[in-house]
Design a protein around this ligand. Structure first.
Ligand code: 3PG
Ligand code: MG
Length: 711
């Protein structure tokens, strides 16, 4: 899901930001405000520029006076000087990039009815300043922030690195700065200021907000630095002349400084004989000119720093925005693993490692590999002990056929570390080993060997229950990443009472994927292909999906359920919701899997199949319909194969669908273990949910007990 943003003001910075966001993978511009602007001028304005080189391969389609498409993306255009008239909420916008240079205090920004604002100039109050590569990591959910000025973004990364390494004694700078829209073309009379003189004929001394911004970001330089600006008759790219003296016993060489810059990912060095226009449309904010830098005296240097004051500044602003979005999405999820530290703690990690097996060997380790990110994140923090807990199968009491010891080898192989198995499950013996062993990773025997796990509801109020009391002694932090089991109201899902609790990456990404369907706030169209053996247990799911998705295609064994049980009323009732319901039209039918099959067409709602016949696969007319639906939708969710796919004879239509989905380049979400196993016979990059029952339950009811545990 892309994050919607708005831009206020489409001048030099607004335009540069907008152009750089056109192909952004996770951010999309939803509204732009440009006072006194006619939409008919938009294409000409965006496709031509006197400075910048950029990809002009985008399409503008004007819809009406206030709306246009940029490629497929719908953008609303406001044209007002009154911020209150813009309702960002209507466009699902939480982030505003203000490029007007007018909204430079918290008070003025409050006129915008939006959650987060980035000012594209130094603030006129104490609004915090964040500079990418310097202090962006300190951003902590502030609503209104400033990206300071272009000069600040160029000089501060350099000053920070120098001060951290050598300690600056004092510094002065001059920025030889291209003209901006605040310069006059010919002399004016409005004031006696130098900025009223023509930029064509003059070098004009000008103030710079950078001095204040430097002190705001690096207060340690207070009283040690100052600078000014000269506006010159070029239209873009500026040059800082920085003179700096170090407070250091060492004899620092210019080469040492260059090596230091080379090691920084935020600073570049130019050693060619280039001039300002050669730096047009560069994104690095601090490009040191090696030949233009020199030693002045012992530990005193002159450094020349190029920067594209429009393009690199806009790029810095976008990086700040990305950082804010990342940080805020984590903050909005207080129980997300990213917010936790496991150092020195005893961690209880509930995973769903219930992998399919055949004759005692694991046939698909998808649930193991999907859990590694969370395990590795915990181990990275160096916990005291990590206890991995999972169920395996559906044992009735203790039955070693279902022992989780089968997981030891694949886990150790993936983690490259020894794991101790606690074969007694939750017991005093296990607790003693856990506390005294030199190992740090432990795997508990199948948690379902304890009756309390599945029957937690009936045991939970018993204060003397040994298992429940004992389980809480193992750890002081609980982490749940068992998405596949998050629909079960079991002890290890909803009954662990640690001081701290969190959920892992898998839980998070599964919910994010499924919310693309339930909380779709994009214009993306969704198709649900529903196959599988029988319809009966899917009624709540179909009912729910019919409210969210655009098309539902029902095929597979479901069709037999519809035919035999006369579910016309059900289909009629869900047809009244959002989705258009499509039913299988033809397939291979027979009286049993063993008998010869025949191709038949069918009108499902007016039952046209003999009573003793069943469909075992669908056929060409149905596949053509599904293909057309795939073409006309953006996201396709698929649950249940279309035929009896474990039988060679009846797997063809499902195999063709895999192929069509692969070629479609659409976003594909596969639900259910059987459908996962089926598509995994073919190479694909579909999103596969590790949840079976849990993902279907989430889509049916919009909540899961194991997720609600964290709300
Ligand atoms: C699954 O395989 O669907 C999960 O591991 C949950 O197992 P369960 O259906 O036995 O609770
Ligand atoms: Mg299952």
């Amino acid at each position: 899901m892309k994050i919607n943003v708005s831009i206020n003001g489409l001048g030099r910075i607004g335009k540069s930001v907008f152009l750089q966001l056109i192909n952004h993978p996770s951010i999309v511009v939803r509204t732009i405000n440009i006072p006194d602007f006619k939409i008919k001028n938009l294409e000409n304005y965006l496709k031509h520029d006197s400075c910048h080189h950029y990809d002009k391969n985008f399409k503008i389609t004007i819809i009406d006076d206030n709306n246009f498409l940029l490629n497929d993306n719908h953008i609303h255009l406001f044209s007002t000087r009154n911020a209150i008239e813009i309702n960002y909420k209507d466009y699902n916008v939480d982030y505003l990039i203000d490029c007007t240079g007018v909204y430079l205090t918290q008070k003025k920004c409050a006129e915008h009815n939006v959650k987060y604002i980035i000012m594209s100039a130094p603030p006129k109050d104490d609004t915090p300043i964040f500079i990418n590569g310097v202090n962006e990591y300190k951003y902590n959910g502030e609503n209104i922030v400033s990206n300071a000025s272009c000069t600040s973004n160029s000089i501060i990364p350099v000053l920070k690195l120098l001060d951290d390494t050598y300690k600056i004694k004092n510094a002065s700078f001059l920025t030889i700065h291209s003209s901006t829209n605040s310069q006059q073309v010919v002399d004016c009379i409005t004031s006696s200021s130098r900025t009223q003189r023509s930029i064509f004929n003059n070098l004009i001394i000008h103030s710079t907000g950078a001095s204040n911004s430097i002190i705001s970001v690096m207060p340690q330089l207070k009283g040690k630095i100052g600078g000014s600006s000269v506006r010159v008759p070029t239209n873009n790219v500026s040059l800082i002349d920085l003179n700096v003296q170090f407070d250091n016993e060492l004899d620092i060489k210019l080469n040492d400084i260059m090596k230091l810059f080379e090691s920084s990912p935020y600073i570049k060095i130019n050693d060619k004989n280039l001039v300002s226009s050669d730096f047009m449309s560069t994104t690095c904010p601090s490009i040191i000119d090696k030949n233009g830098s020199m030693v002045i005296g012992k530990n005193v240097f002159k450094l020349s720093i190029w920067y594209d004051n429009e393009w690199s500044y806009s790029s810095q602003l976008i990086k700040l925005l990305e950082n804010m979005i990342n940080k805020n999405s984590v903050c909005e999820k207080p129980y997300f693993i990213e917010n936790y530290n496991f150092t020195g703690k005893n961690v209880f990690l509930r995973l769903d490692l219930n992998c399919p097996t055949d004759c005692g060997t694991i046939t698909d380790d998808f649930r193991i590999t999907s859990s590694l990110k969370t395990i590795n994140r915990i181990l990275k923090d160096k916990p005291n002990k990590l206890l991995i807990v999972s169920h395996f199968g559906r044992p009735k009491g203790k039955d070693l056929k279902y022992s989780t010891s089968i997981l030891l080898e694949p886990l150790m192989k993936n983690l490259g570390e020894n794991i101790e198995f606690l074969e007694d499950g939750i017991s005093q013996e296990s607790l003693n080993s856990f506390n005294s062993s030199p190992n740090r990773i432990f795997l508990l025997e199948n948690i379902r060997f304890h009756a309390e796990e599945e029957k937690y509801k009936s045991f939970k109020d018993d204060p003397n229950n040994l298992t429940i009391n004992m389980i809480n002694k193992f750890c002081n932090i609980y982490c749940n990443d068992a998405f596949g089991c998050a629909h079960r109201e079991h002890l290890s899902i909803v009954g662990i009472k640690c001081v701290e609790k969190c959920y892992g990456y898998l839980m998070d990404s599964e919910i994010v994927q499924l919310n693309k369907i339930l909380k779709n706030n994009t214009n993306k169209k969704i198709l649900a292909i529903m196959g599988g053996a029988k319809m009966d247990d899917k009624l709540p799911l179909l009912e729910s999906l019919s409210k969210y998705v655009n098309d539902i295609y029902i095929a597979g064994g479901n069709i037999n359920s519809l035919l035999k049980n006369n579910m016309k009323n059900f289909i009629d009732s869900i047809s009244k919701n959002k989705s258009k319901i499509h039913l299988m039209k033809d397939g291979l039918a027979s009286t049993s899997l063993e008998n010869k099959c025949l191709y038949k067409t069918v009108d499902v709602l007016n039952n046209s199949l003999n009573n003793d016949e069943y469909f075992y696969d669908c056929s060409v007319l149905s596949i053509i319909d599904i293909n057309n639906l795939i073409e006309s939708n953006d996201i396709i969710i698929w649950n249940g194969t279309l035929g009896v796919s474990e039988n060679e004879l009846y797997k063809s239509s499902s195999a063709i669908i895999v192929d069509l989905l692969k070629k479609s380049n659409k976003e594909i979400i596969i639900l259910g273990g059987d459908t996962n196993s089926f598509v995994n016979q073919y190479e694909n990059n579909f999103y596969k949910s590790t949840g079976g029952g849990s993902s279907l339950e989430y889509l049916s009811y919009g909540s899961l007990v194991g997720v609600d545990f964290f709300s």
